[in-house]
Design a binder for this molecule. Structure first.
Ligand SMILES: C[S@@+](CC[C@H](N)C(=O)[O-])C[C@H]1O[C@@H](n2cnc3c(N)ncnc32)[C@H](O)[C@@H]1O
Length: 257
């Protein structure tokens, strides 16, 4: 297991970006003194319900990862999974993690991995080509499309599985122009769906820089859901593990203060 939940027993744990509390309850079940923060009330409410259903206790607070309200050196352990790549300034958020950790405290942070199949092949090659084809197929009708787009409101989609995502990418293109397809812009709209405003992906070198104030920085690449790809289900699990290790989508960073 990548996250050593059991090691958090009796320790003050801060989770940044709780989502529905799935990892939070694991910390609490393992005896952590848990505080969960998130930018949205909806995520905090889902986390509270999750804890309540299991009879667990914790502190839940609305906070922005870039400006935490906790005093310096408040926590033994800071955990954040799939969150700090969604904040506009990831470095500021990592500096906040460092500030609130006690000396000797540990951080485990998962960020999206740039040198991955998902980033290089699926997002930058496949998805970009599909959006480009959609744009080209509307040549000659773009002025009318642009006028119509002004009156469209967000569809509220999350993820990339809904067939309407190509329409939304095209809509984003109408608003932003050709710069929408630049790698640094396009990635924002291709990880958690086309309406996601901010998402970055980081290489190991980027992560070294982000965590330069920390000690004992180690990294592990993971997550390659082979079963989502044609023929993927036919391959042995060892292949999935090999690919996850080399070109997986999750970059876990383990670091100490
Ligand atoms: C993709 S979800 C991940 C949730 C959970 N950690 C998981 O792995 O399932 C991202 C979460 O981070 C929260 N979030 C995004 N930016 C944040 C910020 N700057 N400060 C605090 N929470 C933030 C979002 O509201 C959302 O609940």
């Amino acid at each position: 297991m990548l996250v050593p939940f059991a090691e958090a027993k009796g320790k003050k744990v801060l989770e940044i970006g709780t989502g529905n509390g799935a990892d939070g309850v694991m910390f609490a079940l393992n005896g952590a003194i848990y505080t969960g923060v998130d930018l949205t009330e909806a995520a905090l409410e889902a986390t509270r319900k999750h804890f309540k259903a299991l009879g667990l206790s914790g502190v839940f607070q609305k906070e922005n990862a870039e400006h935490l309200s906790f005093p310096d050196e408040s926590f033994d352990f800071v955990y954040s999974h799939g969150v700090l790549h969604h904040t506009p300034n990831t470095q500021v958020a990592i500096d906040e993690v460092y500030r609130v950790l006690k000396p000797g405290g540990r951080a485990i942070i998962m960020l999206y991995h740039k040198h991955s199949f998902n980033y290089c092949v699926r997002i930058m090659a496949y998805m970009r080509s599909r959006v480009l084809l959609k744009i080209l197929s509307r040549t000659g009708r773009r002025r009318v499309d642009r006028e119509r787009a002004l009156f469209q409101s967000p569809a509220g989609l999350r993820g990339n599985t809904d067939c309407r995502i190509w329409e939304i990418h095209y809509h984003n293109f109408l608003k932003e122009g050709w710069s929408y397809l630049k790698a640094e812009n396009f990635v924002h709209h291709c990880t958690d769906g086309p309406e996601c405003p901010v998402a970055f992906a980081f290489s190991k070198t980027d992560a070294q820089r982000l965590f330069s104030r920390f000690q004992r920085v180690q990294m592990k690449v993971a997550h390659f859901p082979l079963n989502r790809y044609p023929l993927g289900r036919c391959l042995p699990f060892g292949v999935e593990r090999f690919l996850a290790d080399k070109i997986g989508w999750y970059l876990f960073i383990f670091a100490s203060k």
